[in-house]
Design a protein around this ligand. Structure first.
Ligand code: ZN
Length: 265
């Protein structure tokens, strides 16, 4: 069963609170959402890094560094895509809404991809809600600049086309996964996908948020997380999940994890 979303903390957030660089104190960055993230060396966005050096350098001049906060909404369905985002250490969840009150995650974008691929397909509005699931750094580019560069750069076109294919495969697999695989397997898959993208065994996450990501009731997530913890694959404490046995969790995840990872490789 899917869950209602009216009470989400990110609902009603003002535009100014959605995105922006925030205060940095010592080795931590304090985010507007209240989350605190330890500084790490950003791995860089690999979609951008795959471009020839000359193309990459030209794009760098058009990219603006931003820090995305947990729960921020980059676009709602139907919103104009004013910027495309290239996550680095941040993680953005793509959610499809049903009847304007239920939502389920259909895609996950990290350092391997871009948020706003519809723009590259000639559509200027988002079909999904793009929600920041893990706070962290990213760069963004104005839509007009992105379209101009896409028109002149064949390597950028190829990189975006390839990534769009990967994302479509991920969305299709997720649709099948939501239909056929049980919550415990899906939770294990989701944790591994998140781990791969934030490059950390610790994933800041509440069960309430997870229930919306997986499209199941909170009690279902509690049960599945409890089972994974009992099997000593994860440790769950308030607001945090830590993967303690990666190989065990891979064995517990459904085959969709490997299927999507192989397409990306
Ligand atoms: Zn699955």
């Amino acid at each position: 069963m899917r869950s209602r979303v009216q009470a989400h903390p990110w609902r009603g957030m003002s535009d100014s609170a959605r995105v922006g660089p925030l205060a940095t104190t010592g080795t931590t960055t304090v985010l507007r959402s209240g989350a605190v993230q330890a500084s790490r060396e950003p791995p860089g966005n690999t979609l951008l890094a795959s471009l020839p050096r000359k193309e990459h350098r030209r794009l760098l001049g058009l990219l603006e560094p931003v820090t995305l906060g947990f729960g921020q909404v980059l676009y709602e369905p139907g919103d104009a895509i004013t910027h495309v985002y290239f996550p680095d250490l941040s993680l953005v969840s793509l959610l499809t809404l049903v009847d304007e009150r239920m939502a389920v995650e259909v895609g996950l974008v990290g350092y391997e991809g871009m948020v706003g691929v519809s723009l590259a397909l000639g559509v200027g509005v988002s079909p999904v809600r793009a929600l920041v699931q893990a706070a962290g750094t990213a760069t963004r580019m104005k839509a007009a600049h992105f379209l101009r560069e896409l028109g002149r750069s064949v390597p950028l076109q190829r990189a975006i086309q390839r990534y769009t294919h990967v994302l479509m495969a991920q969305v299709a697999q997720t649709a099948a996964c939501n239909r056929f695989h049980v919550v415990e397997e899906r939770l294990a898959r989701w944790l591994l996908m998140s781990r791969d993208r934030v490059q950390s065994e610790r994933i800041p996450m509440t069960q309430e948020f997870l229930s919306h990501m997986l499209g199941v009731r909170r009690v279902g997530v509690t049960k599945a997380a409890g089972q994974l913890q009992k099997r000593k694959l994860i440790e769950y404490s308030r607001g945090n999940i830590r993967i303690v046995d990666q190989l065990g969790l891979e064995a517990a995840a459904c085959s969709c994890y490997r299927t999507v990872k192989d397409i990306l490789a």
